[in-house]
Design a protein. Structure first.
Length: 436
């Protein structure tokens, strides 16, 4: 392999691991055979960073941040959505570069689709005043036992219950932006603990009551932070590198003693990306837990700290696996399959005897559970159905006693479809050109 091929492979691999670890979308657009446009972004899917990959040199550079639904228009323009608005920006396809500032043309939009000419558009409108979400406690029969919180806005993908079971950390978005919040379950009081504009995801509690999380930095990179769970606290790096560069990974698990973390990590050297084990406070201590050329993630410690669960599509389909936790050489531990019919996003019950997970493929909208016994030998039961539908469910958090916390979107009622509008003979590209 020559140097140019290696540089190209490294750039493509860096984008691939970003997609597999923090992304909800990964879309390629061919730019004349020389360059490729890749879209990458964390949950929610409306926040995307677009990268240009030069297929000759392997160079990977940021084209647009905080954008989504990119469309190429005639005469050198590109349309995209940002903050519920449609924007158009001058774009040079020969150099694959934005050549001017964006301008807004539609506001209050959800999804937008344009034809190639820009003459016709179909888009949905979004009524923020009707957004309503709730946090409820349910049993495994999906019966609501208690409503913990109802609020306008949206609960996003991510929540975690504190070690003492008294506080729920969650991600929330409303008119004044998004952030990391904490709910005191007994009193019902809520408070935002992350700085405004801090794009948090991958929440985990530490045993001492602090919160660890991943945050999106400029250029699509990430860092792992730790913060006291009180308003006004200052986030600090959880896994600082000796050189001070961002971590570029996603936190997935914290050991019960708070000494180790599991993270989806893209090493800066020639090691294979994947799930790595780190000592807290040392971003250079990473050793592979499970690294492969396929996607993997959602690794977490069993509450007793002796086992780790994770998911990977190493067989061509996501399945859930278990392996004993070995501190010094975690990749040496044997691997045991938990699922054989597909599974993803596993999470432990509070007592470690149950594993919940999401189905895949045709069962992507369903949640299952298995019972796990590790003494005197490992035994895993047949799966049982927990939730027949995850429609509108943003996140599920196990509680003691077989109960579960559901964060769910209640904005849409039965038959309550979003408004859809059609624009004909718009001539968007010509309109934009005339205003330049």
């Amino acid at each position: 392999m020559n140097l140019k091929d290696k540089e190209k492979l490294n750039a493509l691999n860096e984008v691939r691991i970003l997609a597999s670890t923090v992304c909800v979308g990964f879309i390629f657009h061919d730019l004349g055979g020389r360059s490729t446009l890749a879209s990458i972004g964390p949950a929610p899917a409306e926040i995307i960073t677009y990268y240009v990959i030069d297929l000759e040199t392997g160079e990977c550079s940021v084209l647009l941040e905080n954008a989504n639904r990119a469309h190429f228009l005639p005469d050198g323009f590109m349309a995209f959505t940002r903050d519920q608005s449609l924007w158009v920006v001058p774009f040079d396809p020969d150099t694959a570069r934005v050549t001017g500032p964006p301008k807004g043309y539609l506001s209050g939009v959800g999804g937008v689709s344009l034809d190639r000419s820009g003459d016709r558009a179909v888009y949905t409108t979004r009524d923020k005043s009707r957004e309503r979400s709730e946090i409820v406690v349910v049993d495994e029969a999906d019966r609501v036992l208690e409503t913990l919180l109802t609020a306008p806005g949206q609960f996003l993908d991510g929540a975690a219950l504190s070690p003492d079971g008294r506080r729920l950390a969650y991600l929330y978005r409303h008119d004044d932006g998004r952030g990391l919040w904490v709910l005191d379950i007994s009193s019902g009081l809520t408070r935002q603990v992350s700085p405004k504009g801090d794009f948090a995801f991958g929440l985990q509690w530490l045993p001492d009551g602090r919160l660890a999380y991943s945050t999106l930095q400029g250029g699509g990179s990430n860092d792992l932070m730790v913060i006291d769970a009180v308003p006004g606290a200052t986030p600090r790096p959880l896994l600082p590198h000796a050189g001070g560069e961002p971590f570029k990974g996603e936190l997935t698990g914290v050991s019960p003693d708070g000494r180790h973390v599991l993270a989806e990590f893209n090493p800066p050297d020639e090691r294979v990306p994947g799930i790595y084990l780190f000592d807290v406070g040392d971003g250079d201590s990473g050793r592979a837990f499970y690294a492969s050329e396929r996607a993997e993630g959602r690794a977490s410690f069993r509450p007793d700290g002796k086992w780790v669960v994770y998911a990977t599509n190493g067989t061509g389909r996501f399945e859930v696996y278990l392996r004993p936790f070995v501190v010094d050489n975690p990749e040496s531990a044997p691997i045991y399959p938990v699922t054989r019919l597909g599974g993803n996003n596993p999470m432990w019950s509070r007592d470690g005897r149950t594993l919940y997970y999401q189905g895949v493929g045709a069962e992507n909208d369903r949640a299952f559970a298995v019972t796990v016994e590790t003494e005197p030998e490992l035994r895993i039961s047949e799966r049982r159905l927990v939730f027949d539908s995850l429609d509108g469910v943003n996140w599920v958090v196990p509680m003691p006693g077989g109960r579960l916390i559901k964060l769910q979107d209640k904005s849409q009622g039965v038959g309550d479809l979003p408004n859809m509008r059609v624009i004909l003979n718009w001539g968007l590209s010509k309109l934009v050109a005339a205003q330049q």
